[in-house]
Design a protein around this ligand. Structure first.
Ligand SMILES: *[C@@H]1O[C@H](CO)[C@@H](O)[C@H](O)[C@H]1NC(C)=O
Ligand SMILES: *[C@@H]1O[C@H](CO)[C@@H](O)[C@H](O)[C@H]1NC(C)=O
Ligand SMILES: *[C@@H]1O[C@H](CO)[C@@H](O)[C@H](O)[C@H]1NC(C)=O
Ligand SMILES: *[C@@H]1O[C@H](CO)[C@@H](O)[C@H](O)[C@H]1NC(C)=O
Length: 486
């Protein structure tokens, strides 16, 4: 009786869900191999894309894999909190359809494109039958760290992704690459690989020119077929390493994954480096601020030592940079506040929102004060024009160009929109400076940047462009069609 009632209950719940979700449907793509170990790929579409459009990606993986690969393409769900809650239902529906079509094993792998990663991150593991994940132009960060994932995850990033920026996926790479104790396990269990020249939609359904013309995605530099075959190749290696029974095949695939992972460093590492120059990973130091102080020191550059402390407010407001003569050297003590916008749980637009901090606030010692520390007297005759905040912004772009790959530099020079360096807005002191913002705005010509500074004989305070942000401009945002229709 009790069993009967709960079965009836389950059916009622199921029917309610079917009615509520409207025409939730699943398209099954049967395997192309007749024998072999079975794996069911369940495709979770990105928002505003029909689920059936993943047919070619599914086919490519079936073709590249030695497994007997089934695919279920979930269609029709919309973007929203309710979708996230209904994920278990969609997964259940997909597994029912797969077994109805003849799939006998219960080994399912979630394939999530873009936003779908945020929906399914809680619905993996034994309870849902999802034994591994393949993320296409997607990340669960910052809500879920890779090394804490319940299941193995393959992350494929697109170099020219306008939606899930490479700078965002670089954080995933950093997590795996910089942890020596977990590096090998990371490459094996949660590899992160960059597909060069691909854009966001190529990682799921193929190029979408509407998205490119609206400035949301970037123009790709490889064909859809090339992108698909790379997705298929990496997925094949990942599935083999994760589920394979032949050690020889697993080792061969692991070597392929490791090679691709290491090769991807060339694309990810510059973003990681720029992020860490803006602010160290322990958030205690800004090397960008130290570089800026050296530029401000000009003729004294080789006779100063510079330290820095990154602090939050209200402490930053109260700090004053220090200058102390020390033998033949002068020690400069600088402070910075690296402002990173708050990112809320999943409801921000990844494409619109740069990874880089909004601004880097620097409290530096003025050039004149350094000279005074050397000579012990005011030497007004020799005082040169102070370095502007604007020229620090220029230097940020210079570093971004130097750190970008040659192809990225060429792309920026041939078709990127420029950074326009506006004159500094100078104010009289800390109290006026503190509440004002570094300003940026975009127009046809490019990205305008305008610093706010306090520059007198003692203080050289500037709010300037972040290095990661400059890097993102060169590599991503300058390439978008403008105006962007978000
Ligand atoms: C397969 O996907 C392509 C886009 O990649 C789409 O144009 C086509 O309609 C899809 N086929 C089916 C049967 O849905
Ligand atoms: C299937 O794989 C073979 C090589 O294994 C490749 O030559 C062929 O282009 C692939 N076909 C499709 C449709 O992906
Ligand atoms: C003086 O400079 C040396 C070398 O840079 C440093 O080790 C020392 O801590 C400095 N002393 C002070 C008082 O800053
Ligand atoms: C340097 O100039 C300031 C005011 O501009 C003055 O207060 C200070 O005494 C001067 N120092 C020397 C060593 O002349």
């Amino acid at each position: 009786m009790a069993a009967g009632r709960s079965a009836l209950g389950a059916i009622l719940v199921f029917l309610c869900l079917v009615m509520e979700t409207g025409a939730a449907s699943v398209t099954v793509i049967k395997p192309i191999r007749t024998t072999g170990q079975e794996i069911g790929l369940i495709f979770f579409k990105d928002i505003s894309v029909p689920g059936t459009y993943y047919n070619q990606t599914a086919r490519a993986i079936q073709n590249a894999s030695d497994f007997r690969v089934w695919a279920a393409l979930i269609d029709d769900y919309k973007y929203g909190i309710k979708t996230r809650e209904r994920m278990p239902f969609y997964i259940h529906l997909a597994t029912l359809e797969l077994s109805a079509a003849g799939m006998a094993s219960g080994v399912y792998v979630g394939v999530a494109h873009g936003w779908a990663a945020h929906y399914i991150r809680r619905h993996v593991g034994d309870r849902f039958g999802i034994r591994a994940l393949i993320l296409l132009g997607a990340t669960m960060n910052p809500l879920q760290l890779l090394h804490k994932s319940k299941v193995p995850v393959l992350t494929l990033a697109a170099e020219l992704d306008g939606v899930f920026r490479i700078s965002m996926l670089a954080k995933e790479y950093e997590e795996v690459a910089t942890d020596n104790s977990r590096l090998f396990k990371g490459i094996y269990r949660t590899p992160v690989i960059c597909i060069e020249g691909a854009n966001h939609y190529q990682l799921g359904i193929g190029t979408d020119w509407t998205e490119i013309n609206e400035g949301k995605d970037l123009r790709p530099e490889i064909t859809d077929e090339q992108a698909r075959s790379l997705i298929a190749k990496h997925s094949h290696d990942f599935l083999t390493v994760t589920f394979g029974t032949s050690n020889q095949n697993r080792i061969a695939s692991l070597k392929e994954l490791a090679d691709s992972f290491l090769k991807s460093a060339a694309k990810f590492q510059p973003f990681i480096d720029m992020k860490n120059l803006d602010m160290s990973t322990d958030q205690k130091k800004s090397t960008w601020t130290i570089l800026a102080q050296k530029l401000v020191a000009k003729e004294y550059i080789d006779r100063v030592t510079v330290s820095n402390e990154q602090v939050g407010n209200p402490w930053f407001f109260m700090k004053k940079p220090g200058v102390t003569a020390n033998g033949t050297l002068v020690n400069l003590e600088t402070f910075s506040l690296v402002h990173i916008p708050y990112i809320s749980d999943g409801d921000y637009d990844t494409g619109l929102q740069p990874e880089g901090p909004q601004e880097v606030n620097m409290k530096l010692v003025a050039n004149e004060a350094i000279g005074k520390a050397f000579s012990g007297k005011n030497n007004t005759a020799l005082i040169s024009e102070p370095v502007s905040c604007k020229s620090l912004n220029r230097y940020a772009l210079y570093l971004a160009l130097a750190m970008s790959s040659e192809e990225a530099r060429d792309r920026y020079i041939s078709r990127g929109r420029r950074i326009i360096f506006e004159e500094d807005r100078l104010v009289l002191g800390n109290v006026l400076w503190a509440p004002m913002s570094f300003q940026t705005w975009e127009d046809e010509a490019g990205l305008h940047v305008k610093s706010v500074g306090v520059i007198n004989k003692d203080q050289h305070y500037c709010k300037v462009l972040s290095l990661l942000r400059a890097m993102e401009w060169v590599n991503i945002d300058s390439l978008r069609v403008f105006p962007t229709d978000w």
